[in-house]
Design a protein around this ligand. Sequence first.
Ligand code: GRF
Length: 202
Amino acid sequence: CSVVVLISGSGSNLQALLNHFQDNESVTISAVISNKADAFGLQRAARAGVPTQVLSHRDYSDRLAFDQALIQVIDQYQPDLVVLAGFMRILTPEFTQHYQQRLMNIHPSLLPKYKGLDTHQRVLEAGDTEHGCSVHFVTEHLDGGPVIIQASIAIEADDNVDSLAQKIHQLEHQIYPLAVQWFAEGRLQLANNTVVLDGHVL
Ligand code: GRF
Protein backbone atom coordinates (compact mmCIF):
# COMPACT_ATOMS: atom_id res chain seq x y z
CA CYS A 1 0.00 0.00 0.00
CA SER A 2 1.53 3.29 -1.08
CA VAL A 3 0.72 6.19 1.22
CA VAL A 4 1.35 9.88 0.58
CA VAL A 5 1.23 12.14 3.64
CA LEU A 6 0.39 15.86 3.46
CA ILE A 7 1.59 18.17 6.22
CA SER A 8 1.94 21.85 7.05
CA GLY A 9 3.77 21.80 10.35
CA SER A 10 5.40 19.80 13.10
CA GLY A 11 4.44 16.42 11.73
CA SER A 12 4.22 14.51 15.00
CA ASN A 13 1.46 12.39 13.48
CA LEU A 14 3.69 11.80 10.48
CA GLN A 15 6.37 10.64 12.92
CA ALA A 16 3.95 8.21 14.52
CA LEU A 17 3.19 6.79 11.06
CA LEU A 18 6.88 6.59 10.12
CA ASN A 19 7.63 4.75 13.36
CA HIS A 20 4.68 2.40 13.10
CA PHE A 21 5.39 1.36 9.52
CA GLN A 22 9.18 1.40 9.49
CA ASP A 23 9.50 -2.40 9.44
CA ASN A 24 6.21 -3.05 7.69
CA GLU A 25 6.66 -4.23 4.13
CA SER A 26 3.01 -3.88 3.19
CA VAL A 27 2.89 -0.11 3.84
CA THR A 28 5.27 2.33 2.16
CA ILE A 29 5.19 6.01 2.93
CA SER A 30 6.04 7.04 -0.60
CA ALA A 31 6.27 10.79 -0.11
CA VAL A 32 5.62 13.64 2.29
CA ILE A 33 4.33 16.84 0.73
CA SER A 34 4.08 20.18 2.53
CA ASN A 35 2.61 23.52 1.52
CA LYS A 36 5.13 25.17 3.86
CA ALA A 37 8.87 25.00 3.21
CA ASP A 38 9.70 25.34 6.92
CA ALA A 39 7.44 22.54 8.15
CA PHE A 40 9.45 20.50 10.67
CA GLY A 41 7.78 17.34 9.40
CA LEU A 42 9.88 17.63 6.23
CA GLN A 43 12.97 17.00 8.36
CA ARG A 44 11.31 14.01 10.00
CA ALA A 45 10.59 12.56 6.55
CA ALA A 46 14.11 13.22 5.27
CA ARG A 47 15.57 11.57 8.36
CA ALA A 48 13.46 8.50 7.61
CA GLY A 49 14.61 8.48 3.98
CA VAL A 50 11.21 9.42 2.60
CA PRO A 51 11.07 11.73 -0.45
CA THR A 52 9.70 15.21 0.25
CA GLN A 53 8.22 17.94 -1.87
CA VAL A 54 7.12 21.47 -1.09
CA LEU A 55 4.27 23.04 -3.00
CA SER A 56 3.47 26.53 -1.75
CA HIS A 57 -0.14 27.62 -2.11
CA ARG A 58 1.20 31.17 -2.42
CA ASP A 59 2.50 30.33 -5.89
CA TYR A 60 -1.04 29.76 -7.18
CA SER A 61 -3.70 32.28 -8.05
CA ASP A 62 -6.56 30.44 -6.40
CA ARG A 63 -7.53 27.38 -4.40
CA LEU A 64 -8.44 25.28 -7.41
CA ALA A 65 -5.15 25.98 -9.22
CA PHE A 66 -3.23 24.92 -6.13
CA ASP A 67 -5.30 21.78 -5.64
CA GLN A 68 -4.84 20.80 -9.29
CA ALA A 69 -1.09 21.21 -9.00
CA LEU A 70 -1.13 19.26 -5.74
CA ILE A 71 -2.98 16.39 -7.42
CA GLN A 72 -0.28 16.27 -10.09
CA VAL A 73 2.47 16.06 -7.49
CA ILE A 74 0.69 13.47 -5.35
CA ASP A 75 -0.21 11.26 -8.30
CA GLN A 76 3.45 10.90 -9.28
CA TYR A 77 3.61 8.50 -6.34
CA GLN A 78 0.50 6.54 -7.34
CA PRO A 79 -0.86 6.40 -3.79
CA ASP A 80 -3.48 3.94 -2.64
CA LEU A 81 -4.14 6.28 0.27
CA VAL A 82 -3.57 9.99 0.91
CA VAL A 83 -3.22 10.93 4.57
CA LEU A 84 -3.73 14.47 5.85
CA ALA A 85 -1.61 14.99 8.95
CA GLY A 86 -1.91 18.58 10.04
CA PHE A 87 -2.36 19.83 6.48
CA MET A 88 -3.81 23.27 7.11
CA ARG A 89 -5.62 23.87 3.84
CA ILE A 90 -9.28 23.75 2.96
CA LEU A 91 -9.60 21.39 0.01
CA THR A 92 -11.75 21.90 -3.05
CA PRO A 93 -14.42 19.35 -4.05
CA GLU A 94 -12.25 18.66 -7.12
CA PHE A 95 -9.49 17.46 -4.81
CA THR A 96 -11.65 15.48 -2.41
CA GLN A 97 -13.48 13.80 -5.30
CA HIS A 98 -10.24 12.86 -7.00
CA TYR A 99 -9.20 10.93 -3.86
CA GLN A 100 -12.68 9.75 -2.94
CA GLN A 101 -12.57 6.76 -0.58
CA ARG A 102 -8.79 7.00 -0.22
CA LEU A 103 -8.34 10.25 1.68
CA MET A 104 -8.11 10.38 5.49
CA ASN A 105 -7.74 13.15 8.04
CA ILE A 106 -7.21 13.38 11.77
CA HIS A 107 -9.01 16.04 13.76
CA PRO A 108 -8.53 17.06 17.40
CA SER A 109 -12.12 16.70 18.59
CA LEU A 110 -14.81 14.12 19.03
CA LEU A 111 -16.50 14.77 15.70
CA PRO A 112 -19.14 15.81 14.84
CA LYS A 113 -18.43 18.21 17.72
CA TYR A 114 -16.00 21.08 17.13
CA LYS A 115 -15.21 21.03 13.45
CA GLY A 116 -12.63 23.63 12.44
CA LEU A 117 -9.96 25.36 14.50
CA ASP A 118 -9.24 26.01 18.21
CA THR A 119 -10.94 22.83 19.36
CA HIS A 120 -9.24 22.65 22.79
CA GLN A 121 -10.24 26.21 23.63
CA ARG A 122 -13.81 25.61 22.54
CA VAL A 123 -14.08 22.39 24.53
CA LEU A 124 -12.91 24.20 27.69
CA GLU A 125 -15.26 27.13 27.12
CA ALA A 126 -18.17 24.76 26.71
CA GLY A 127 -17.32 23.05 30.01
CA ASP A 128 -17.24 19.60 28.43
CA THR A 129 -16.21 16.67 30.58
CA GLU A 130 -14.59 14.73 27.77
CA HIS A 131 -12.52 15.47 24.72
CA GLY A 132 -10.76 13.45 22.07
CA CYS A 133 -9.74 13.03 18.47
CA SER A 134 -11.16 11.43 15.36
CA VAL A 135 -9.79 9.83 12.21
CA HIS A 136 -12.23 10.19 9.34
CA PHE A 137 -12.53 9.74 5.62
CA VAL A 138 -12.48 13.11 3.88
CA THR A 139 -15.42 14.29 1.83
CA GLU A 140 -16.16 17.74 0.44
CA HIS A 141 -17.55 18.74 3.86
CA LEU A 142 -14.84 20.22 6.10
CA ASP A 143 -14.18 17.82 9.01
CA GLY A 144 -17.49 16.24 8.08
CA GLY A 145 -16.62 12.89 6.51
CA PRO A 146 -17.51 9.52 8.06
CA VAL A 147 -15.59 8.74 11.25
CA ILE A 148 -13.32 5.68 11.33
CA ILE A 149 -11.97 5.69 14.88
CA GLN A 150 -12.04 7.99 17.90
CA ALA A 151 -10.21 8.09 21.20
CA SER A 152 -11.24 10.13 24.23
CA ILE A 153 -10.06 11.35 27.62
CA ALA A 154 -11.80 12.80 30.65
CA ILE A 155 -11.10 16.50 31.12
CA GLU A 156 -9.51 17.26 34.50
CA ALA A 157 -10.26 20.37 36.54
CA ASP A 158 -6.75 21.73 35.95
CA ASP A 159 -6.59 21.08 32.22
CA ASN A 160 -5.83 24.00 29.94
CA VAL A 161 -5.33 24.40 26.19
CA ASP A 162 -1.71 23.23 26.39
CA SER A 163 -2.36 20.18 28.53
CA LEU A 164 -5.25 19.15 26.32
CA ALA A 165 -3.20 19.64 23.17
CA GLN A 166 -0.52 17.37 24.60
CA LYS A 167 -2.94 14.67 25.72
CA ILE A 168 -4.86 14.72 22.45
CA HIS A 169 -1.67 14.49 20.41
CA GLN A 170 -0.73 11.33 22.29
CA LEU A 171 -4.08 9.80 21.47
CA GLU A 172 -3.74 10.83 17.83
CA HIS A 173 -0.41 9.05 17.58
CA GLN A 174 -2.10 5.84 18.69
CA ILE A 175 -5.18 5.86 16.48
CA TYR A 176 -3.88 7.25 13.17
CA PRO A 177 -1.44 4.40 12.47
CA LEU A 178 -4.18 1.94 13.37
CA ALA A 179 -6.62 3.37 10.83
CA VAL A 180 -3.95 3.46 8.11
CA GLN A 181 -3.00 -0.12 8.89
CA TRP A 182 -6.62 -1.31 8.64
CA PHE A 183 -6.92 0.42 5.28
CA ALA A 184 -3.66 -1.07 4.02
CA GLU A 185 -4.79 -4.52 5.09
CA GLY A 186 -7.97 -4.11 3.06
CA ARG A 187 -10.09 -4.30 6.22
CA LEU A 188 -11.42 -0.76 5.99
CA GLN A 189 -13.50 0.81 3.25
CA LEU A 190 -15.78 3.74 2.63
CA ALA A 191 -18.90 2.55 0.81
CA ASN A 192 -22.00 4.66 0.18
CA ASN A 193 -20.73 7.19 2.65
CA THR A 194 -20.48 4.66 5.47
CA VAL A 195 -17.37 3.16 7.00
CA VAL A 196 -17.03 -0.60 6.78
CA LEU A 197 -14.48 -2.40 8.99
CA ASP A 198 -14.03 -6.15 8.65
CA GLY A 199 -17.33 -6.32 6.80
CA HIS A 200 -19.27 -4.50 9.53
CA VAL A 201 -20.80 -1.06 9.10
CA LEU A 202 -19.41 1.25 11.80
C1 GRF B 1 -3.17 17.52 14.95
O1 GRF B 1 -3.70 17.99 16.15
C2 GRF B 1 -4.27 17.09 14.02
O2 GRF B 1 -5.40 16.61 14.68
C3 GRF B 1 -4.61 18.36 13.30
O3 GRF B 1 -3.39 19.01 13.13
C4 GRF B 1 -2.49 18.63 14.17
C5 GRF B 1 -1.22 18.16 13.52
O4 GRF B 1 -0.18 17.95 14.43
N1 GRF B 1 -5.30 18.05 12.07
P1 GRF B 1 1.19 17.35 13.93
O5 GRF B 1 1.75 18.26 12.85
O6 GRF B 1 0.94 15.97 13.43
O7 GRF B 1 2.07 17.35 15.15
